[in-house]
Ligand binder design. Structure first.
Ligand SMILES: Cc1cc2nc3c(=O)[nH]c(=O)nc-3n(C[C@H](O)[C@H](O)[C@H](O)COP(=O)(O)OP(=O)(O)OC[C@H]3O[C@@H](n4cnc5c(N)ncnc54)[C@H](O)[C@@H]3O)c2cc1C
Length: 294
């Protein structure tokens, strides 16, 4: 199907983009990498009257290495993350997963802002970023604010942002030496993920988890933080039975849809397996990081 006519707008600043979006809340659509939006437009699912291309706004594509944190601009692409020495140094779990995401065409153009702002459930970055307690910077037509990424998502393809608001940056604090994170995704071939599980732990000198994150992707309307599973891990050393107990809780907590990627039952079984493995590997990584620093 061909594209319907639309008015093309190329704002030069974030504020100008927000103002256009606020003027036409129902009819204007943000275009960043275009990987998702163009598909929807070609299928006639969305019919923008105004296409607001933010890709040419200067200074939104960067990975900045600050003292305490790393800041990632919204127009940073998957490929930028994949090849960044800063990401490799401070967040190797992102470098590790990027080559598995989509395909090189999508990774070269799809942006971090689009990955989060589109709020598609079948994505990989949100569970990893949430397990890292990432924050996002939001710009509005008049001012801006920071929020936890975890609070962004409210439903399938739905965020808490106003139509006039844009994500401009992701901020992730550098992790301490007692930290370990493992994200495992399951997908059929080079498709979008069907299930993703991110587990992070901070361990004490005895190998016990001081804190933990268990975050699932693809198996609920939004990325799902399973606090009950985190509580099971806290204060404990790694043990297989413990990991199985937490993984069982995660599998019960999610609400996967049956679709071409698998039945609800199948996906719950995969959640359990991946989460158990991710817990073990997160503890191993935290212990190895601790040992490296001593
Ligand atoms: C075939 C295919 C396979 C994919 N596989 C994976 C995968 O395996 N793992 C994965 O994680 N992701 C996957 N994705 C998603 C991809 O990573 C992109 O992140 C995603 O498509 C959107 O990024 P974009 O920059 O192209 O956004 P666009 O298509 O340009 O925009 C889509 C929408 O996102 C919103 N948006 C864009 N930028 C912002 C912003 N700065 N602030 C607020 N809202 C914004 C707007 O509503 C916009 O209309 C896949 C996508 C495709 C098309």
């Amino acid at each position: 199907m061909g594209l319907r006519d639309f008015e093309y707008i190329e704002p030069q600043t974030v504020k100008k983009a927000c103002k256009v979006l606020s003027k036409y809340p129902e009819e204007a659509f943000t275009y960043a990498g275009g990987t998702s939006l163009l598909l929807l437009m070609k299928q006639g699912i969305v019919r923008p009257k105004y296409l607001v291309n933010i890709k040419r706004i200067p200074k939104l594509r960067y990975i900045e290495n600050d003292t305490e944190s790393v800041r990632i601009g919204a127009l940073t692409t998957h490929h930028d993350l994949e090849v960044s020495p800063v990401i490799q140094q401070f967040f190797p779990m992102i470098t590790e997963i990027e080559p598995q995401i989509a395909n090189i065409r999508v990774r070269s153009t799809g942006t971090v802002g689009g990955n989060l702002g589109f709020a598609e459930p079948l994505t990989d970055l949100p569970p990893i970023f949430i397990a890292l307690d990432a924050r996002i910077k939001i710009e509005t037509p008049t001012d801006g604010r920071m929020m936890l990424l975890e609070e962004l998502f409210v439903g399938y393809y739905e965020t808490c942002l106003e139509a006039s608001e844009l994500i401009t940056e992701v901020q992730i604090d550098k992790t301490p030496a007692n930290f370990g994170l493992k994200y495992i995704r399951f997908s059929a071939g080079s498709d979008k993920p069907a299930v993703g599980s991110a587990v992070a732990v901070w361990i004490d000198s005895g190998g016990r988890a001081e804190d933990a994150r268990v975050v699932l992707g693809c198996v609920a309307p939004t990325p799902l933080r399973v606090r009950e599973a985190e509580e099971v891990l806290k204060g404990k050393e790694f043990q297989l039975e413990l990991a199985e107990q937490a993984a069982e809780i995660a599998a019960r907590a999610c609400s996967p849809l049956s679709d071409i990627r698998g039945s609800e039952e199948y996906k719950r079984a995969i959640v359990k397996v991946l989460t158990r493995q991710a817990i073990e590997e997160a503890f191993n990584r935290a212990a190895a990081n601790r040992a490296d620093q001593q």
